[in-house]
Structure formats: C-alpha cells, structure tokens
Write a protein that binds this ligand. Structure first.
Ligand code: XMP
Length: 517
C-alpha cells in the first residue's frame, strides 16, 4: 500500500483507544493502534507523522503499569498524551503524578490559560469530559501548563522544547464538544498532515494493492454471506480484477426471507459478477435434525459450511486466493496489529470463517478499516443501502434463534415473523437507529383463545429483540415507541400461523447476551 500520512496511537488499554483512532480518521488522517513497546526505530519505519498516547486503567506509578520508551518522546515526533498518556509523558520527562484530592468524572469546566497549539481556537472556558483519579501534581521545568480545572491544576500541558503535548481530559468522546477541534489542531497544525484519508483514495489504494497481490492472471474466490463486510470485499476485489473473481454463496436455508435472492440480484444482475449459489438447504436441515443444543448447532453448521465451500471451491480451476472481509477491530482484537499487541481478546464465534488449512492465500482489503469506513466504501462502490446498512447476522443464522429443534416449519414461521419485524422497523424509521434487531422463536405452547375454548396446540411465543450497541460487547435494549411494538405484535399474531403471543426482550448485555442462544 502506498505510504500515507499516519498517526500512531499507543494503546495503554483505554476503553476509548479505538475511538481515538476513529476520531483521527474522521479528520481524514489515517491512524493505527500500536503497542506501548513500539520503538523509535519502528516508528521511523512506519513513517508516522505524530503519536497519540491513549488513556488507560492503571496508575502510572503502580508496579507493572504499562509505559513506553522515553526515546519515543524525545525523537522529535509530535506527541499528544491523553489522560494516562499525558501522565506517562509528564512522568517520563521529569514530572510527578499522584492520586488527586478529588476524582473527576464526567463533564468539567476547563479554563484555557493559553489558547494555543492543541488548544488553539478554544474559548477561555469550555466543557470537557474527565475520567481520572490521578493528577499531574508537578510538571518538570521543561513543561508549562495550558489549562486548569477546579480539581486539576495541570489539565493541559506543552513541553518547552519538544513537540510534546498533553490533555488530562478526553477529546475523543462526544461529551467534549471541542474534541474534534483539538484533534484537528494536533494532526493538521502540529503534525502537518494534509488529510489524505478519503473514501476515493481508500478505494484506489485497496484496488492497487489487490491487483498487485493477485497479479494479472490469477483467480480469487470470495465467500459471500450477504453481510456488509463480505459484500464490500467482493465489490472491491471485483473492481480490481473483474471476472477473475468468483463468489460463492452457500444457501444453508437458515437465512432471512429473500436473502439469497438479494445477493443474486445485487452481485449477479447488477454488478455482473460470477456468483455461484450453492443450494445446501436440505443438507443443513438433515444434519440439524434432532439437535437441541445451541453450541452443537453452531459446530454442525460451521463444519457443513466448510465442507460445502471446499467442494464448490474445488470446481473453480486455478484459484489460489481467498478474499475475506476481516476488518480492523477483528485485527486489533486478535492481537495481529503491526506490533502484535492485543488489549482485549474478544470471544469470537465466527463460524462463517474459513480456516487457513484450506490452503488459499488471503486477500483482506478491509483489514485496516473500521465498520463505519467499510460502509462508506460500500456506498461509494454503489452497493444497495439494504446491504450497506444491514444489521449483523450470525453465521449460524436462524438456527440459533429457534429454541430447540430446527425444522422446516419452524424456520418458515420464524422467517415470517422476522420479515414483519424488519418491514415495520424500516417503515417507522427505526432500522438505522437499532444496532441489531431480530425475532426469536420460543416453541412453548402458550395458551390462547381459539374460538370458544382455550387452546394450547401449536401456538408459540415470538420474542422481539432490539439492541443498541457500539461494539456488540455491551448492548442495551432499545426504548422503542410502544406504537411500533403494537403494530409489530398485531401483525405477527394476525399474519403468522402458529403464533399467539409476542414479547419484548428488555435485558441488557451483560449479563444477557444479544442472541438468545
Ligand atoms: P452475543 O449473543 O454473544 O452476540 O451477545 C454478539 C454478536 O455476535 C453475534 N453472534 C454470532 N456471530 N456466529 C456469528 O458469526 C455466531 O455463532 C454468533 N453468535 C452470536 C451476534 O449476532 C451479535 O452481533
């Protein structure tokens, strides 16, 4: 990939580290998370224009607290320390950090004594978001204070001879209204970036990288699931190598209504791509017969998927590459970033993933992109809104949204309820406000009034689950209008045979999970 302006973010384990990276990119400058162990030599090789030191949960004076090399601060590279990052910078360069008299959490008034450098263009008093117990009590002679709050005498600093700055508050969160300005001050005025991270240039550089990796004659296989990531991957690879891309869509019968159709219309009819749809519905249903345990369902589906995919891939002569929709948060969370550091390891249930043993070389054009960037690229490549803004859908699909055995009848029933739910979310303008929404079939025979008598027979419960979430590791149930719920419930009960009761799930994650199983 051509060298582009890059801001490195040393990740000390803050819950906001990825947010810092996204904010820098929203200012049109590429950013990458780095390990605290990164050396000045590595930074030179990466060609970074500036460094941001993230916050972190530790105290800088605690034994074993993460730190970085002092040389990183002294190599002349512009540095902005945020919260813990500012404390580390001050401590390494001779200042003192201690537990504060009072902790500051939440919105705090900042008095800007020097509206210059990172604080340029700020009013004399602004609101900022704080979240800290420790404070810098003494700055070395080489630092000067730029701002204060009532609980924090040194709320922003500047080094007198090095381009090293620090803010005790969090400019990356939306509760700091001037945060964007502060980040722009740093990346543009202090680091001298021009802002070359734009959708068009991202597409051009991805296309160039794919063409170079694949060469002029080789073929690439892409496992299309119909999700955002694999769809954008296919569109990018297709732009780079045209009809040397072959897409495989495995129809496992566990998809939502008309999903296979949407994939075919989009990729085959609209983009003119080579798309192989493998009808494996019966095969999956047969394997799932009598299986009640959700983890066993996942294993069976994962295994079958690989078998079906392998078989189909064999029929594509001369394909050496496999395109995958791995995105940047996956890379960070599995610890495969440029300096191999992982702050958090997310439990991955990715049954749709294909193992390395398939023997293909991977093409992963989204490896550096956050989800919102993937969506922008998808829009710019002309993918339909229904695909670009689609909620995540689990690899094992509707199978894990049916409590108990998966049968053709139950799948049909759930698909009908799910279709109504999605239609109504779209109609009421709620779809884009919800991170993930779906119906769950709980096949308990709940009592209903049928004609003159009470009937238990064949009447089941549908649960509606709607969550809002940034990263799907925590989630909150959506406070949706009752009117919308009423319409969804009425329609499901009236239109879906076999359902006489609809419930709304009001549990958050943790401790509940997003899926029911
Ligand atoms: P949970 O239920 O763990 O889900 O809160 C978090 C996110 O992961 C999705 N999910 C899965 N995705 N295969 C997948 O590809 C799976 O087996 C699976 N189980 C859960 C879930 O839909 C949510 O987005």
């Amino acid at each position: 990939m051509p060298v582009r302006e890059t801001i490195g973010i040393i990740d000390f384990g803050s819950q906001y580290s990825q947010l810092i990276a996204r904010r820098v990119r929203e200012s049109h400058v590429y950013s990458e998370l780095l390990s605290p162990q990164v050396t000045p030599q590595q930074l030179r090789e990466l060609g970074v224009r500036g460094l941001i030191l993230s916050g972190g949960p530790a105290s800088v004076y605690a034994a074993g607290a993460p730190t970085c090399a002092r040389g990183v601060l002294e190599m002349g590279l512009p540095v902005l320390g945020i919260c813990y990052g500012m404390q580390i910078a001050c401590q390494l360069l001779g200042g003192q950090v201690q537990a504060g008299q009072t902790r500051e959490y939440g919105r705090v008034r900042l008095r800007v004594t020097q509206p210059a450098d990172v604080l340029a263009h700020l009013a004399p008093e602004v609101n900022v978001w704080m979240s800290h117990g420790d404070v810098v009590t003494q700055v070395a002679d080489c630092f000067e204070s730029l701002a204060t709050t009532s609980g924090c005498p040194v709320a922003a600093v500047r080094h007198k001879s090095l381009p090293v700055f620090g803010v005790q508050f969090h400019p990356e969160v939306s509760h700091t209204p001037d945060g964007e300005q502060i980040i722009r001050n740093f990346v543009y005025d202090i680091c001298g970036c021009q802002g070359d991270w734009r959708v068009q240039s991202v597409i051009e550089s991805a296309v160039a990288t794919i063409s170079e990796q694949v060469g002029p004659e080789e073929r690439v296989i892409c496992g299309l699931s119909g999700g955002v990531d694999s769809s954008v991957t296919a569109a990018l690879v297709h732009r780079a190598i045209g009809d040397r891309l072959v897409n495989i869509f495995v129809d496992n019968g566990l998809c939502r209504r008309r999903e296979a159709e949407l994939v075919a219309i989009t990729f085959r009819d609209h983009f003119g791509m080579d798309l192989r749809v493998v009808d494996a519905r019966d095969r999956f249903l047969t394997k799932l017969a009598g299986v009640l345990d959700p983890q066993q369902k996942r294993q069976i589906i994962g295994h079958e998927f690989i078998e079906v995919f392998k078989q189909e891939a064999k029929s594509i002569a001369g394909a050496r590459f496999l395109a995958q929709g791995t995105i940047y948060p996956d890379v960070i969370e599995s610890g495969h970033g440029p300096t191999g550091h992982a702050a958090v390891i997310k439990f991955h249930h990715n049954v749709g993933g294909l193992p390395a043993v398939l023997g293909f070389e991977l093409v992963e054009p989204l490896r550096n992109l956050f989800k919102d960037e993937v969506r922008l690229v998808g829009e710019a490549l002309g993918l339909p809104e229904t695909l670009v803004w689609r909620h995540p859908f689990p690899g094992p699909g509707l199978a894990v949204r049916i409590a108990g055995e998966v049968t053709a009848d139950r799948l049909e029933l759930l698909r009908s309820a799910d279709e109504i739910l999605l239609e109504e979310l779209h109609a009421a303008g709620w779809y884009r406000k919800v991170a993930q929404g779906f119906a769950v079939l709980v096949p308990v025979s709940s009592v209903g009034v049928m004609g003159d008598g009470r009937s238990y027979e064949g009447q089941h419960l549908i649960v509606i689950r709607l969550v809002e979430s940034k990263d799907f590791m925590t989630a909150d149930w959506v406070h949706i209008d009752y009117g919308v719920l009423a319409t969804i419930s009425n329609r499901i009960i009236n239109e879906v045979h076999g359902v006489n009761r609809v419930a709304y799930d009001v549990s958050s994650k943790p401790p509940s999970t997003i899926e029911w199983q």
